[in-house]
Design a protein around this ligand. Structure first.
Ligand code: PEP
Length: 250
């Protein structure tokens, strides 16, 4: 049985004070929600406030990106996975489509960052997903295979066992156009098949594959009813305590 993971990606939103205020409202709403693991990935500057606010709760904290080595160095603007761990994070998002689109993230750097995150003891949520043009031209599976082969297949079986995959069709992120549960299920199954071919049946049965892309309280139930959807990576709807609690308590 795979425990669902409901993770919020705050992107570049909120201050430390707003972070504290969010958790004051959010934690009581999910205090009984033992059916799922829950995490929030705020901007780096809000991690301390999030860790402080979630102390003693079941809610984990994660980064939205990390550097691809743990050794400190002269890399302005970067943060090592070990620093995230020391700051109290349990998770880190890697290879989000916005990082791929705007900041030059490649499958090779996704793989390197994932290995470094694992070395630091974080749980990487590794993102994959196709563009609208890829889906419309029937290339979804090719794109996912390329991203899987370059960004994930280079992990050892022991490393792979510790990651979470997030399927985020780029056309559904921040657009309000959620994938239908059927489209999401088909694609999740295709990703699980890739995992099985590379890492075997047990690994495929164990890995959590989250869906991301315009998940809201009113569409999460249909998605979570599908057998290969093991949780959600949530952007916009994770910014409001009531909305994200509505997603967590699907
Ligand atoms: C995301 O940022 O990962 C995301 C899925 O965003 P949204 O839920 O707003 O589409």
């Amino acid at each position: 049985m795979r425990t669902p993971l409901m993770a919020g990606n705050w992107k570049m939103f909120k201050t430390p004070a707003e972070t504290t205020a969010f958790f004051e409202k959010f934690l009581p709403l999910v205090a009984q929600s033992t059916h799922a693991d829950v995490a929030i990935c705020p901007p780096f500057v809000n991690i301390a406030a999030a860790v402080e606010a979630t102390k003693g709760s079941r809610v984990g904290v994660g980064g939205q990106n990390c550097y691809w080595q743990n050794k400190e160095g002269a890399f302005t603007g970067e943060v090592t996975p070990a620093m995230l761990k020391a700051a109290g994070c349990q998770y880190v998002i890697i290879g989000h489509s916005e990082r791929r689109q705007y900041f030059g993230e490649t499958d090779a750097t996704v793989l390197a960052r994932t290995k470094a995150a694992l070395e630091a003891g974080l749980t990487p949520m590794v993102c994959v997903g196709e563009l609208l043009a890829d889906r419309e031209s029937g290339k979804t599976n090719d794109v996912l295979t390329t991203q899987f082969t370059g960004g994930i297949a280079g992990l050892t079986p022991e490393e792979f066992a510790k990651i979470v995959i997030a399927y985020e069709p780029v056309w559904a992120i921040g657009t309000g156009k959620v994938a239908t549960p059927e489209i999401a299920q088909d694609t999740h199954k295709a990703i699980r098949d890739l995992v099985e071919a590379k890492f075997g049946k047990d690994a495929a049965a164990a890995v959590r594959i989250l869906y991301g892309g315009s998940v809201k309280p009113d569409n999460v139930t249909g998605l979570m009813a599908k057998p290969d959807i093991d949780g959600a990576l949530v952007g916009g709807a994770a910014l409001k305590a009531e909305d994200f609690a509505g997603v967590v308590n699907f």
